[in-house]
Write a protein that binds this ligand. Structure first.
Ligand SMILES: *Cc1c(COP(=O)(O)O)cnc(C)c1O
Length: 242
């Protein structure tokens, strides 16, 4: 991170606080329109490439959940934000198997588990004193060759493997659908993930499955309509990324 990026100007802090408040209203409205309770979904602030000072500004107005994609960058920010009591770190980036230890030791949640080897290594590396690591399985919902995520037909087997791991707690599913400006298409993708989630909860009624991580700045309303419990907002909070 350049020196220039390590600070947030008063204008930037002000804008971030305004954005958070605006997004809370947008989320509230989307929940009302979907006929859902006001507390049935939360905002994960996606802060990749943004300096620690911007996260601090978001924290100041009550934001507690933060999502990071790049491990080294995230660890640096965590080191400069240790005074923020109650901040909760979610790892939402690609995981290389040689990085599982750092992820297991420095995050509360991982949204991007898509194969057994990564899950097993996360479980082995999780310090018992931290409690179980909360997990979402990433599904390749649009079946894109270039994208990560387990294919829908392989989800059930992966879920069983993860449920058997002692230091992981399977909470739900996550997807990044193929980008589309068409609300009908957005609804279709999110509905597919919801159906997979419902199937999983039917199969595993004993599992603590309560999380559908779907919806970003451009498709939040469709995601909420289809049952998202955690919307991952980057641009809408912190502005565009270079
Ligand atoms: C960057 C990112 C987001 C946020 O996207 P925006 O369009 O900026 O809201 C959400 N989820 C994941 C996995 C991301 O990598």
């Amino acid at each position: 991170m350049s020196d220039q990026q390590s600070h947030a100007t008063p204008d930037q802090s002000h804008a971030i606080k305004g954005n958070i408040v605006a997004m809370r209203h947008r989320l509230e409205q989307a929940l009302v329109n979907a006929g859902r309770p006001a507390d049935s979904a939360a905002i994960l602030a996606v802060s990749k490439t943004k300096p620690a000072a911007m996260l601090r500004a978001a924290f100041d107005v009550g934001q507690r959940l933060f999502g990071e994609n790049y491990l080294q960058e995230a660890l640096e920010k965590q080191r400069s934000l240790t005074d923020l009591d109650g901040i909760e770190w979610h790892y939402i980036g690609a995981i290389q198997s040689n990085k599982t230890r750092d992820v297991a030791e420095h995050f509360s949640w991982v949204h991007t588990v898509d194969r057994e080897k990564i899950a097993r290594r996360l479980s082995e590396a999780r310090p018992p004193a931290m409690g179980a690591l909360d997990i979402c399985l990433q599904v390749n919902i649009s079946r894109e060759e270039s994208k990560s995520g387990v294919m829908p037909e392989a989800l059930s087997a992966l879920a069983e493997q993860v449920l058997a791991l002692p230091n992981l707690r399977l909470r739900g599913l996550m997807a990044i659908p193929a980008a589309s400006d068409d609300p009908a298409q957005q609804h279709l993708s999110h509905a597919r993930l919801r159906e997979l989630f419902e199937e999983l909860t039917r199969r595993h009624p004993e599992a603590p499955l309560d999380t559908l991580s779907m919806g970003m700045s451009g498709d939040m309303e469709a995601a909420i309509d289809e049952g998202a419990t955690l919307v991952r907002l980057g641009t809408a909070i912190f502005g565009s990324r270079d």
